[in-house]
Ligand binder design. Structure first.
Ligand code: HEC
Length: 616
């Protein structure tokens, strides 16, 4: 009797412990279920739950067997749902309730049989690739890729409309007035290329080559499907969240909103849907257009009417947040405790761009229009400037005259002529970072195939040619290895300064070569490299040890990203900055967070065992 009871207790304990070890369903309200179509389970479908206004969304992916499982959610009411896999019709549901213990959802998606409708929702880079394919000349192709994609994606529904030659000419002139600097050679050819590329029947025929049983896009990999992607609307329908930063002292999320001269703060502490605070950056005596006001004074309706165009932001060691203001030609320090501003006029150069702090609290920044790197020491208020290398004497002279031209633009009637002028390419100092190993300051020159090193104390300059075009926002890993995206060649590049050796990887974005990686950043804890997919509505992660990429499709169409940061938990953050925002699916920019391993373990949840399925 005694032994029997003993065995019973042991058996009971075993069952209980097995249950408690294995059944780790999310603790709180959540959703789970299956996605299929008429042929069976559908892998890699994006299952997105929306909550609140401004909107907060959470996306998980379905696995090989069509199963999905959300993490525990903060609310039990008020969710709406979208299930998406390109090639199938979007499925939407409203007013869903998430129950503790889980709300089960089961959906069958309908395959989209009209390929025109499938093609209509393929990411912009597939459509842009049709234009790229028209180019015979590589130099012009690069020029197009660079000058026509730095504000917005090409190939989005509003940009790829069939137009007459006259209409294309007019659009291209308008883009010139807005800032696209193109040569006459490109201006002459581009309308024909567009007309041929976007001839509807031919375009569909070419895009149909990507179509398969899996739809037109690659199925997200098992690694990518482990991610949870969360997004928060931020700003309005004329906003543009250019850069994003996690405030190291409290984990709050900050962005700069260029078109409306604001700094935004998003906190999740008290409300997971986000609390948003906006601060006006002081415009001082500036006119609309800032230092460019004489070039912009005849601006038409619909043009940006900002004075400062805040661009980048970083936290100083003392906890203040510093911004670059390209149009204001200023640096701005903001104290999050007092909301006080400290405005600093540049003593030299025009168009401050990207900034980083070094370990001594000095602020280093690129100055794009005049080919400088600047240094500002907030403690002593000292400013220093390093003039960077120029490709040739004529460019060097032009660069020296640039401030004069900008200040006296009214003499030259630049407003009208700039739209038709034969564009000349200036070196454009772009990305900047500080080597964590020796404190040296490194920059890239976007149009000059060069990167360079500045000694922070002597300001001695060492300029290095890159084996690729358009080095954009570069960054160091924790060991002093330098990572650089090539914007037009769609490659990831690595430079080891001790051995002066280069390595390069093609980004695995279809169609190959159509990506425009704007920025990258390396998680200093793990040395994983994260890259902006920019043209293709993706984010990429690269593991330098296995040399493998993971591609994360982003849930919102026209996700144009330019900067990355990480929070203390190792999540990646990016912000959306397609200008104009009205070309974006949601119409409003977002900040996005990817938790690469955030999806709960489907097997371990105990929700999909035969018994659990039968019980339901
Ligand atoms: C300086 C930023 C900027 C650059 C660079 C730029 N665009 Fe635009 N583009 C815009 C804005 C802003 C709009 C929205 C205009 C509107 O709706 O009034 C736009 C809209 C468009 C549209 C849609 C026009 C319409 O009528 O809806 C096309 C097509 C386009 N751009 C093509 C181009 C091409 C081609 C280039 C390169 C020559 C280019 N863009 C470079 C800012 C830019």
């Amino acid at each position: 009797m005694k032994t029997r009871f003993h065995i019973f207790v042991v058996a009971l304990l075993f069952v209980l412990s097995a249950a408690s070890v294995h059944a780790v369903a999310p603790d709180g309200p959540f959703f789970y279920g299956h996605i299929s179509d008429d042929k069976g389970p559908l892998a890699g479908a994006m299952v997105t739950f929306y909550h609140g206004k401004p909107v907060h969304s959470l996306t998980v992916f379905s696995d090989e067997q069509g199963r999905f499982l959300s993490p525990a959610l903060p609310w039990s009411e008020g969710y709406s749902l979208r299930v998406r896999r390109v090639g199938w019709k979007d499925l939407r549901r409203e007013k869903l309730q998430a129950r503790p213990g889980g709300t089960k959802l089961q959906f069958q998606l309908e395959r989209e049989t009209d390929f025109a409708k499938v093609a209509a929702v393929m990411p912009g880079n597939y459509w842009m690739n049709l234009v790229l394919a028209e180019f015979e000349d590589d130099t012009l192709k690069r020029e197009f890729k660079q000058q026509c994609t730095y504000c917005h994606q090409q190939g989005t529904p509003l940009t790829r409309v069939e137009r007459s030659r006259e209409d294309w000419e007019e659009v291209i002139l308008d883009m010139g007035r807005r800032g696209a600097i193109i040569t006459n050679a490109l201006r002459e050819r581009l309308p024909d290329y567009y007309m041929r590329a976007y001839d509807k029947a031919k375009a569909l025929e070419k895009l149909a080559r990507f179509q398969s049983d899996n739809g037109p896009l690659p199925v997200p990999s098992p690694q990518a499907r482990k991610a949870v992607i969360e997004e928060w609307d931020l700003g309005g329908n004329t906003s543009n969240q250019h850069d994003v930063m996690i405030y190291p002292r409290d984990g709050s999320v900050w962005t700069v909103d260029g078109p409306i001269d604001q700094l935004h703060k998003l906190t999740l502490d008290n409300n997971p849907d986000g609390e948003r605070t906006s601060y006006d950056v002081p415009r001082g005596d500036h006119k609309p257009g800032g230092v460019y006001w004489r070039m912009e004074k005849k601006s038409e309706a619909g043009r940006e009417n900002n004075y400062l165009a805040p661009h980048s932001l970083q936290t100083a060691p003392d906890g203040r947040i510093w911004l670059t203001l390209p149009k204001g030609n200023q640096l701005a320090g903001f104290d999050p405790k007092t909301a006080q501003w400290d405005m600093v006029d540049l003593e030299q150069g025009i168009n401050p761009h990207t900034l980083r702090f070094d370990a001594k609290g000095r602020l280093w920044y690129t100055i794009t229009a005049t080919n400088h790197v600047g240094m500002y020491n907030p403690e002593t208020r000292e400013q220093k400037f390093v003039r960077l290398e120029s490709p040739d004497l004529l460019t060097a002279i032009t660069l020296r005259l640039t401030p004069f031209f900008i200040r006296n633009a009214h003499w030259f009637d630049l407003e009208d002529r700039s739209a038709k002028m034969d564009g000349v390419s200036m070196p454009m100092p772009y990305g900047i970072d500080v080597n964590p190993v020796d404190g040296s300051v490194w920059y890239s020159q976007l149009n000059f195939r060069h990167i360079g090193r500045i000694d922070p104390d002597t300001l001695e300059l060492d300029s290095i040619e890159t084996p690729f075009d358009t080095p954009r926002r570069l960054r160091f890993d924790s060991k002093g290895g330098l990572w650089i995206p090539s914007y037009t060649e769609a490659t990831l590049n690595y430079y080891q300064s001790e051995t002066k050796s280069w390595k390069s990887w093609q980004l695995p974005i279809e169609p190959i070569g159509s990506a425009t990686p704007y920025a990258l950043y390396i998680d200093q804890q793990t040395d994983q490299v994260w890259i902006c997919g920019t043209a293709s509505d993706t984010m990429l992660r690269f593991d330098p040890v296995s040399e493998e990429f993971t591609v994360y499709p982003m849930p919102n169409r026209v996700t144009y990203t330019r900067e990355i940061d990480f929070d203390a938990a190792g999540n990646m953050w990016t912000s959306h900055s397609n200008g104009p925002a009205w070309h974006v699916e949601s119409g409003i920019p977002k900040v996005s967070r990817i938790d690469p391993d955030g999806a709960p373990d489907i097997e371990a949840s105990g929700l999909f065992t035969k018994a659990a399925t039968a019980a339901n």
